[in-house]
Design a protein around this ligand. Sequence first.
Ligand code: Q9C
Ligand code: ZN
Length: 653
Amino acid sequence: MAMAGESSGINYGDCDGKVVGKVERKVGLIYDETMCKHDTPDGEDHPECPDRIRVIWEMLQLAGVSQRCVVLGSIKAEDKHLQLVHTKDHVNLVKTLSTKQKDYRRNKIASQLNSIYLNGSSSEAAYLAAGSVVKVAEKVAEGELDSGFAIVRPPGHHAETDEAMGFCLFNNVAVAASYLLNERPDLGVKKILIVDWDVHHGNGTQKMFWKDPRVLFFSVHRHEYGSFYPAGDDGDYDMVGEGPGEGFNINVPWDQGRCGDADYLAAWDHILIPVAREFNPDIILLSAGFDAAIGDPLGGCRVTPYGYSVMLKKLMEFAHGKIVMALEGGYNLASIAKSSLACVQVLLEDKEVQASSEVYPFESTWRVIQAVRKRLCAYWPSLADELSWNLVNQKTPTPIILISSSDSETEDDAQGLLDQMSKLSIENHQVETACTSWRADLAKVDVWYASFGSNMWKPRFLCYIQGGQVEGMKKACVGSMDKSPPKEIVWETFPHRLFFGRESSPSWGVGGVGFANPLANHNDQIHMCLYRITLEQFNDVLCQENGLNVDTDLPVFDLAALQLAENKGAIIPEAVSNSWYGSVVCLGKECDIPILTMTCTLSVFEKFKSGEIPLKPPAKAYANTFIRGLVEGGRFSEEEAEAYIDKAASTPL
Ligand code: Q9C
Ligand code: ZN
């Protein structure tokens, strides 16, 4: 590749008001228009588009920042360096993509891969992206540059040893890390910290250094119990590495999609920074995707340019500030341009990072951080201390837990969520007001809550009353306001159909959970465990089952609703009308006390029936709990319980 005129970055104070005479840090940049030629084969729109790197470059120029950096020419990666982390076959595949014989085969090849498009320029772009990251890394390691930013595409962190995926062809950052460690012992780089703040898990990078203690891989990403791209368990926090690499792989898996500066900085302060201090890297490679940025159409998170600048600033205290940033994802052009600018300004030590805004992490963020610390403290003693109660109580209340479908990667979904939230009209700031008056009234009325799924296991049901988290559950319950145990428990069967649906749930992870057909049918039989609780407690169970805060001003299901449910057989309380368990069904009476269950609404049932919402066999943890309930309740033997569930899971509606 032609050199884009390597300019010197010796800068003394200039008219921007910096101190005259202060030597600026040497920050390298690589950008090459050639990487814009990788595009969709027939011009369809795609989020990973050529303009991504153009807008970043333009922003750095407009802001007068690139002029103060050392601009390097791009260069193609060498095959032998690519083969440090990729197979010969994979390198060969990408190498030959632009040949004439492949002209007709590229679309076919791409279609067999996961989230990949290819055109005649993809090969060259991939070689330039990887080569450019290697080049910046080499110059930073040599000390010729203090730090650098390779503004490259296609991105790299999803690319596996033998496979392109997730818009990535070569794993640019992994190639650079492996090059420094294995090809350049002369540079003295013995320990590399790779930080991956792209909103997606860096699955490729994780695998490439899985057993390698020279590379500490840290990835923070949306995970949502394995339902977020690149779905599965790889990004979970118990993936800590293996053999000599055990403890050198750290995942911070968000379980909801709205994390912002406060959440990321909490992960920095309470996981990454203390571990980095212990690990003491010689250089830091940053898989700098900007798709956790506010406004990103795929990410859904809310990190601001300020947030990115603080995260980066905190990393600069290590490895003498030797940081190599490589662009990964990031699909909102304005967001990625602004975030990139903020980062380069930090690399230039341009300005003091301004004060923080007054926001706190989510409650779920603290839960994830505590789980990660617990899992990794054997390897990193600085993680061993319990976080202080004061700290973890600084949190933003979650008004409603996202009822996650398998893939919330579209703006439509985000809009749908907003609609859903406004319909539910959850008031977030009224918890202190008189929310207790209705409770006393409803505490005087008893109902049978008829459970038919995991709640049939008493310890699981008690989580909804007393709070807590039993085996198999992914998150804790707050419990009911009134924590008294059920007064009585009985088992009965009813003429309703049990079935399993949904892609995943916050409590159990990937896989379906149980529903009952809201309509009775005498050919069906469902086994239910009835708990006698108060109507007040029933409200709190209904809220928790639907991911709502129990701390509501008004009851979701009051005496009038109970009357209606008894008369009509079922009602849909407004506050849960859009949630999975939106229908309260009255199954009759027992000892003159109404029997209530909760299941999906009829309209959702119709969607399950038509296939619009898929039926799904139960999640493993869910099925185990379900079986335990039936067995420990004395209803069934283990074999019978399994057969009951299998039948419900395999019979069409
Ligand atoms: N349901 C990077 O950010 N999404 N890659 C596919 C299929 C792929 C993102 C959604 C997202 C890949 C580098
Ligand atoms: Zn990404």
